[in-house]
Design a protein around this ligand. Sequence first.
Ligand code: SF4
Ligand code: SF4
Ligand code: SF4
Length: 314
Amino acid sequence: MTEMAILYDTSLCTNCKGCQVACKVWNNLPSPIGTNENKFSGSLQNPADLNGNTRLIQTFQERDAVRGQKPVDWIFNRRSCQHCTEAPCATVCPAGAITKDEDTGFVHVDDSKCVGCHYCEGVCPFDVPRYRTEGIRDYVNKCTGCPDRVAQGMDPACVSTCQPNALRFGPRDEMLELAQERLEILKGRGYEDAEIYGVNEMGGLHVISVLKYGREATGLPANPSAPATVGMTRVMKPITGVVTGLTVVGLAAMFALGVGYKRDKLVYNPETEDTVSLITGDVVKHGDAQDEKSIKEHILENHPFGIGKGGSDE
Ligand code: SF4
Ligand code: SF4
Ligand code: SF4
C-alpha cells in the first residue's frame, strides 16, 4: 500500500467537533456523563485535553485579531497522534503494543499487548499517549489511524464525517500537493504566517496540517524531537533481545536520562526491583537494600559499548 496521510486544513475547519465525536463512536470510546473535566472556563474547548477515553480533540483559541479586519482570530487545531515517521513511542515500547505500519506510515496500537509501562508517554514530542484503566489494567489509548476502516478502502472515521473537507485522506504526496495549493491561497489572502506543518518534522508526519496562523500561534512545537536517549534505545533494543535485563535497565534509563517527560511519576524496573523517579532519574526505592547505585550508574555499567566503565559517567 502507498504511504498515506490525513490532511487537516485549519482554514476550512469550523471546529464543529464532528470528527471528535466520530472518533469516539467508531472506536467505542465512552463519554461518561458527569465526568467532563472542563467546568466552564471561558473556552469552547471541551474536554480540556486528550484523556484515556479521548483520542482526538479539536482545540480552540481566541486572540485579538492581528490583521484588524475583525475583532478576534479563532485559531483551531486538531490535537491527536501525528503519526511520526520516526516514531519514538514505537521505538521504546518494550511489548510491541505500538508499531509502525511500514506501508502506510501510520502508527498502530494493539492495546491487548500494552503492559502499562508508560514509556511511550515520556517520549512523545506532542504529548499524545493517554491511558485507560480497566480493573487493575492500565493500557495505552491513542489514535490508530483507523486501520480497520482503511483496510476496507474507507477513510478514517474522523475524515469521513468532516463536512467542509477540512480533513482529507489519501496518498501522502497528494495530500502535500493539496496542502501547498491551500497555502498559496492563504498567502494570497494576506495570511503571512500561514504554513504547512508535518513535511519534515519527526522525519515527516502522516497528519499534514495547513496552519492559517502558523505553528507558534497554533501551539505546535517549532522543532519537535524525541529525547536523545531514544537513539540509545534504538541501538540497545536488538541487543537486549538477547540480553533481556539490559532492555529493562535501558528503557528505565531512557527516563532517567531523557528530556521531554512532563509528569511526576515513578517507574518500576522489574529486573532490579528498583523504583525510579521519571523526573530526576533517582532510584527512590531500591529493590536490593544493599544497592545504592543510581539507575544511571546501572546503565553505564552495562552499556554495550563500554561507555562509563572506568571513566566519567557524564
Ligand atoms: S469535523 Fe471537520 S470542520 Fe468539524 S471540527 Fe473536525 S475538522 Fe473541523
Ligand atoms: S505523535 Fe506521539 S504518539 Fe503519535 S507517533 Fe508521534 S511520538 Fe508516537
Ligand atoms: S484516524 Fe480514527 S482513531 Fe484517529 S482520530 Fe481519526 S477517527 Fe480517531
